[in-house]
Unconditional design. Structure first.
Length: 247
């Protein structure tokens, strides 16, 4: 039996990806990509989570309050800042408050050998995707047999401060894969969301907040952190969060 080139390529991808983000996630490169959203067993391929950023050098973590209904010191602190009502306190509150991020499992055309990955995107892309699903002209865009591929145009228009994502559905329906066995494999290998993101306890969040407020690092460093990631778009886990925060 000969060597399986696809498996070797996957190993190379993982090796080259070391230190460059989580291979379970996908983010669009500048230009055009074509993806297909993969249906999930629960019938809802659109997930949303709330993340906190800008707390020291942490790349991002799930909000205990917004995701799990737990009271946590960071949520309380943000409320106190808003209630204080000064320009500085409101600015700090906006930097520290939880931000919503949306996720879907996708197959990237031309990179099918990498399997099902998770695409993280912002509210505008989310609204566009929902409008497509509700449009009878397209129907169920995730259907494995008669769904619709999506063309993603990603980049920073002239004069814009941040990159933008434009989503255009293909007019022609198509299967997830011509090989029914491969389609079945995709459906069975959608990443489990419970394993994708770090969940901190309220106590751990409180410790992070204490470190942040105690002034670890210079005031200039803390100012740069709070300004650098103050927009709606974010990333996967770990270092990739910071990249996608500006996408």
């Amino acid at each position: 039996m000969g060597i399986d080139i696809k498996k070797v390529r996957l190993r190379m991808d993982k090796l080259q990806n070391k230190g460059g983000g989580d291979s379970r996630f996908w983010r669009p490169e500048d230009g055009e990509s074509v993806i297909r959203i993969v249906p999930t067993p629960d019938g809802d391929p659109f997930k949303d989570y709330w993340f906190h950023y800008n707390v020291g050098k942490n790349s991002g973590f799930l909000s205990p309050k917004r995701n799990f209904g737990e009271d946590d010191p960071l949520d309380s602190f943000v409320r106190e800042l808003f209630n204080e009502g000064t320009d500085d306190s409101i600015k700090m509150a906006k930097n520290l408050m939880a931000r919503q991020r949306f996720f879907s499992p996708v197959i990237v055309r031309g990179e099918e050998e990498k399997g099902v990955r998770i695409w993280g995107y912002g509210k505008m892309a989310y609204e566009k995707l929902l409008s497509l699903v509700l449009n009878p002209e397209y129907g169920d865009i995730t259907d494995p047999e008669e769904g619709v591929d999506l063309v993603i145009h990603y980049g920073k228009p002239a004069g814009a401060s941040f990159p933008q994502t434009k989503i255009t559905p293909r007019r022609q329906n198509s299967p997830l894969d011509e090989d029914s066995a491969k389609t079945a494999e995709y459906l069975e290998t959608v990443p489990h969301y419970g394993t994708l993101f770090e969940r901190k306890t309220p106590e751990e969040v409180g410790h992070l907040l204490d470190e942040f407020l105690s002034g670890e690092g210079s005031a200039e460093e803390r100012s740069v952190e709070t300004k650098k990631y103050g927009q709606d778009e974010v990333s996967s886990v770990d270092a990739a969060f910071k990249d996608l925060m500006n996408s």
